[in-house]
Design a protein. Structure first.
Length: 373
């Protein structure tokens, strides 16, 4: 069953309507051998964009694989999942192979290991008494390039939430991976992250292992005319219309934030359906936005609790919410640290020198309504 206004999961190809020029650009870069880093706060649509890019590359004959590091629990888990995905490039999902890898450390009886599947050999060295997940990771990364060269097909690897590598293995793991990946000619990498400042540090700080390894791109906002076309088409699909004024009101209140837009559209649709209306005007959009505010309230209450845990966070956040300089009335060092933490939490984003905006404009509205100035 089709979801009219999907949210909270990766979108199907027909719902990735926006930023088509950006999608074509990144697709071409990866196909041509470049690696790309793309960072933006959560719920901005970057994962759906990335999977649309992978779909296009697969249609162009590339091997593609993806790994979401947010759900990887340990270095060993990363090694297991990575190797399983690498082998599946050639032979499809191999659940049995995954289980075999999980038992790998217990069944190895010799240090020299060679696994051969058809014409593909995977070589690694392990110490049977103190096995090391790093060796499996080395072998998996090297095998990517072996597959690319043997089959003469470009391999594309998507690492989602790449900043989690710091948690899994830190600097030593990143250096080890870089030393192997920089030798690859047939493999391209797409790195995603939901903590822009942390991910930017990994690729822009000369002290970091992945310094200048990938082209750093910014996810562009969705133009209002693209939203207009998409929203009109989706409502027409179910026999409804929506006025241009209603769409303008939606954009004004959500700032075009993809998640908030989809929630508000869904609430407007449900309200119109229950009310047996076939069109959505300004009044119908007001109703949808009001219900959206109620839906998002628990999320924003949790965000506020996170802000209260940051020294100076509440003061700085209120300043930005009420359009005042964030450093006003607070120690400069405390304000700087609070702003960095709030950016890491994807609550605020920097617009210009000393100027900050809320990632979700509807959260600013919530603060103005609920938090006393």
């Amino acid at each position: 069953m089709e979801i009219l206004f999907p949210k909270g999961h990766v979108l199907a190809s027909n719902d990735v309507f926006e930023r088509q020029g950006f999608v074509r650009d990144v697709t071409l870069r990866l196909y041509s051998g470049d690696s790309v880093m793309l960072a933006s706060p959560r719920r901005m649509g970057k994962t759906s964009i990335a999977f649309e890019i992978l779909r296009r590359l697969a249609n162009d004959g590339c091997y593609v694989l993806d790994l979401d590091l947010f759900h990887v629990t340990s270095l060993e888990d990363f090694a297991v999942q990575l190797m399983a995905r690498v082998v599946s490039l050639r032979f499809g999902p191999l659940q049995k192979f995954t289980h075999t890898l999980r038992e790998l450390y217990r069944i190895l009886e010799r240090a020299d290991v060679g696994v051969k599947i058809q014409d593909l050999e995977i070589h690694t060295r392990l110490n049977p008494t103190t096995p090391d997940a790093n060796e499996i990771i080395d072998a998996a990364l090297s095998t990517l390039e072996t597959i690319a060269q043997k089959d003469q097909r470009r391999v594309i690897v998507l690492f989602d939430e790449f900043q989690e590598m710091e948690r899994l293995g830190g600097t030593l793991l990143l250096k080890r991976m870089r030393s192997i990946m920089q030798q690859h000619m047939g493999t391209s990498y797409l790195f995603l992250g939901s903590e822009p400042s942390l991910l930017q540090t990994l690729f822009a700080d000369r002290r970091q292992a992945f310094y200048r390894f990938a082209t750093m791109l910014h996810l562009p906002p969705i133009p209002e005319d693209e939203w207009d076309s998409y929203i009109t088409r989706k409502f027409a699909h179910v026999g409804m219309t929506i006025s241009h004024d209603a769409i303008s009101l939606l954009m004004e209140n959500t700032g075009g934030h993809p998640f908030c837009v989809m929630v508000a559209l869904g609430e407007s649709y449900y309200g119109a359906t229950i009310g047996q209306r076939t069109s959505i005007d300004i009044a119908g959009m007001f109703e949808g936005l009001s219900q959206t505010a109620l839906t998002l309230e628990p999320i924003y209450e949790e965000l506020w609790r996170q802000i209260l845990a940051v020294r100076g966070g509440a003061t700085v956040t209120r300043q930005v919410a009420f359009a005042r300089p964030p450093y006003h009335g607070i120690n400069a060092t405390t304000a700087r640290r609070a702003l960095k933490k709030l950016r890491d939490l994807s609550i605020l984003q920097k617009k210009g020198r000393g100027e900050y905006l809320f990632v979700e404009p509807m959260f600013r509205q919530w603060i103005v309504r609920h938090i006393h100035d």
